[in-house]
Each structure stands twice: as C-alpha cells, then as structure tokens.
Design a protein around this ligand. Structure first.
Ligand code: ADP
Ligand code: MN
Ligand code: MN
Ligand code: MN
Length: 343
C-alpha cells in the first residue's frame, strides 16, 4: 500500500468565467488508483459562489484521473460538481451540458499570455516592445525572453507524463503569447484534458512569479495604433463520425446553415469580451457575421486545406471561441448544433 496525494480539481461558480479550484486528500491504494476507486468528496460551496452559507455542501464526483509526476504519488482528479443529492448537476456544472457522443472528436488550440508584474513577459516597464512580426514561432532572447521557454517545456513534460494528449506548442504572434493544442476522442474528453492542462500550466507558473492571462484581449493597443496586438483564441476543431466518414457538399451546407442560425447561442458561450477580439482584423471574422471558407483565417469557420478535395469530409475549425472560453460549454454547443442537422 502507498499513500497517494489526490488533487481534486473543479470549476467554481464565478461568472462570466469559472476559475479552477483544487484541494488535496491523502488516501491509501495498493497501486495507482483507477477512476472507479476514487471517492466522492465535497467542499464549501459558499466560498466559491456555488452555495449559500446555511446550506453550503457541494459534491465532487471524479470524471477523469491523471498521474502527477511533480509530486510523489501524485494524482490529478478532474471532478464535476453535483448537488448534495449526488445526482443533480450543480448549475455551474458546464460539463453536464455536453451531449454524450463517443464519436465526436475535438482539438482545441489554447492561446494565452504569460504575465509578470502586470504585463506580458518581455514587455518593458511602462512601454511596448518592438511591433509584432518576429515573435510568432520565434527563437532567441529578444523574441521569447528567458523564462517562457522553460515554462512551456515543463508544461509539455508534465502533461505528457500525465497521459494528456497535448499535440504541440508554439510561440504566438504577440510578445509573451503562446499556444498549446489538445486533442481527444469523445464529446467530453478533450475538454476534460484541456481543463487539467490549464490547471497544470497555472500551477507551474506560480513558482516563476508568473500568471497565465486567459483574457482574449489583454493588450488593447499601442501608442496611436489601436488594436495592434493580437488577441487570444481557443480555435475549436471538431468532427463527428458522419463528417469524417460521409460528409459531402450538401451536408456541409446544411451544417453551416445550422451554425449560422445559432450565431447568438454560439457566441454566448465562446468566452467573455469576444467583441474586443472578433473585429475582422488579426485573422478573425467580426462577432456579428458568420462565414466559412477554405483555408480562410478571416472566416468564422475554416475548412482545412484538403477538406473540399476530400469530398467535404473531415474536421472543421471554429475560430470564434476565445482563450477564456469554457471548453465544456464550447463542446456542448457544437455537439448540439451538429445534432440539430438531420442526416
Ligand atoms: P492551425 O494553427 O493551423 O489552426 P493546429 O495544428 O494548431 O492548426 O491545430 C489543428 C487542430 O485540429 C489540432 O488540435 C488537432 O488535434 C485537430 N484535429 C485534427 N484532426 C481532427 C479531427 N478529425 N477532429 C477534430 N479535431 C482534429
Ligand atoms: Mn494552431
Ligand atoms: Mn494560434
Ligand atoms: Mn487554428
């Protein structure tokens, strides 16, 4: 038997975006615990905007488990919040809004800024660095500074050790801005992994005196050039079994009509302040327009380069979700819109 450190992770009740919360309990197991062995736990919901003080108990139900190699016998336990009856999803439980579909796949591209002392890593005190251009996929101290590389490298290793399906990273267009990608099969899987990967990154940065800035437009402008710094997205790539195996132009056009009809429903869950980012500039479409196009990074939905030549088959990229969006809400909305189209 060994004592394992179980880090229960959940989303709180803050709006417009939930924050990550976690706490540790120590339990003995003969070997690394499986999901079904992990006990239900609880917390004080009155401290997380999830309950009133006089009836404060909320329940934590484990939904995914990952090894945590940063701690001896460490375990990361992603949880859903349920009501005290252990059945009803708490109103903050966005995971419970996702229709179950093992054959829907998601790939999320998470962009973010690393912040130190109130500004992006590498920004000089009281001013701006050289304009955007060399930073995207850049190398060298003047492009990426000196701590960022260590942070993103460690993030890769901790995620891979945890069995998280992180597919890559890159330095992004603005200075101090980065991206990582997560892929998962199953309508809830990639979003579970994304929340744990966000947790790992946020915790890792503590030791560097750095915060992760998830806001989609943390730097509004520079000098007399408003909006001259890119915002952060969470491009959401998705495919259903039908899109991958059958597809076709007629189905694709029906699907795009359904997306167009539900613009407001999608934008409502694609992250706060998205009007600051979806301006029609910086590889985005305007927030109130809907468009699609082959390889078009100015469209709401981009078809990858081979999509049409493959008979309108494969995955699509919804470019509108922003960096602070809840991947559970994004996945849930995309699945619902796909399911609204009759095959
Ligand atoms: P770009 O930056 O050009 O938009 P990335 O390589 O950063 O592209 O991201 C592409 C994403 O598409 C990855 O997250 C990948 O996992 C995802 N993806 C690839 N194939 C599929 C698929 N069949 N279904 C859903 N997502 C997919
Ligand atoms: Mn990308
Ligand atoms: Mn990107
Ligand atoms: Mn993309």
């Amino acid at each position: 038997m060994a004592k394992y450190k179980l880090e229960y992770i959940w989303l709180d009740g803050y709006t417009p975006v939930a924050s990550l919360r976690s706490k540790t309990q120590i339990k003995e197991f003969a070997s690394f615990p499986k999901l079904a062995q992990l006990p239900v736990w609880g917390f004080d919901g009155s401290s997380t905007q999830q309950a009133e003080g006089k009836s404060s108990d909320c329940k934590l139900h484990p939904v995914a488990v990952f090894p945590d190699t940063t701690r001896k016998n460490g375990v990361l336990v992603m949880c859903e919040v349920l009501m005290p009856d252990d059945k009803t999803p708490h109103p903050s439980n966005s995971r419970a809004t996702i229709p179950d579909d093992p054959d829907t796949w998601f790939g999320f591209e998470q962009e973010y800024f690393l912040y130190k002392d109130g500004k992006p890593l590498g920004f000089p005190c009281g001013g701006y660095p050289a304009p955007q251009g060399p930073y995207y996929t850049g190398v060298g101290y003047k492009n990426v500074g000196c701590i960022a590389r260590e942070i993103v490298e460690k993030h890769i290793d901790i995620c891979l050790d945890a069995g998280i399906n992180l597919e890559g990273i890159n330095a992004e267009v603005a200075k101090g801005q980065w991206e990582f990608q997560i892929f998962g099969k199953g309508s809830k899987n990639a979003a579970d992994q994304m929340w744990v990967a966000r947790y790992i990154l946020t915790r890792l940065c503590e030791g560097y005196g750095v915060d992760v800035e998830w806001h989609c437009k943390p730097i509004l402008g520079a000098y007399d050039k408003p909006l001259d710094w890119n915002g952060s997205g969470m491009h959401s790539n998705f495919s259903t079994k039908y899109m991958r195996e059958t597809g076709g132009k007629a189905y694709f056009e029906k699907l795009m009509k359904a997306f167009e009809k539900n613009i407001a429903e999608h934008i409502a869950v694609y992250g706060p302040d998205n009007h600051l980012r979806l301006t029609g500039l910086h590889e985005t479409q305007s927030i109130d327009k809907f468009s699609y196009g082959l390889s078009d990074r100015g469209a709401s939905i981009r078809m990858p380069v081979n999509f049409i030549s493959n008979g309108y088959k494969g995955y699509l990229e919804d470019r509108r979700p922003n960096s602070a969006a809840d991947p559970y809400l994004v996945a849930g909305r995309i699945v619902k819109t796909c399911q609204s189209v009759k095959i």
